[in-house]
Design a protein around this ligand. Sequence first.
Ligand SMILES: [Zn+2]
Length: 181
Amino acid sequence: MAEMNGKYVNEQTHQKGKKFFKKAALIAGLIALTLIIAGIIVIVNGVNKPVPDMLQDGWFEAESDRNQAIFSGAALIGVALIPGVIAISMLVVAHQREILAFGASTVAPVAGETINYLADETSPAIEKVVGAVSSGVAEGVVKAKSATGANQNNNVKYCQECGTKNPKSAKFCSNCGKKFE
Ligand SMILES: [Zn+2]
């Protein structure tokens, strides 16, 4: 099934359309070719006209004729661009299925490989980041707990003078003898 204008068309319609666009491309191509050949002939004729002698009467008119022929030929070739572009467009339309199929066969494996590559390369990196963040958070929670005293043993106290751990009931530091307040 080929898609055309949002509607699915059957194989017969597709082949008919293909034939039509191929024919249109052939006609437009022949018109373009004819215009190009005519243009070349006109230019060659113009160039081959004798260069007028400036000392003779009527040289200006002769020179104008010669230039006009060359410009006309160039114009014909320029006009040939229109049927030329039409011919190419019609060929593209006629062969859209082949072009799309070729495009898909070229792009799909590349896209697949790219996605696999990205997935392979990023998952460990993302795991590392997540791991770092979670361990950082865990460490931060432990620090925050000890800072607020939540993780401290309530049965001990530390000497302000030497930092020695003493029982909470102690009246003096067991190390330096400083009196607790
Ligand atoms: Zn002490």
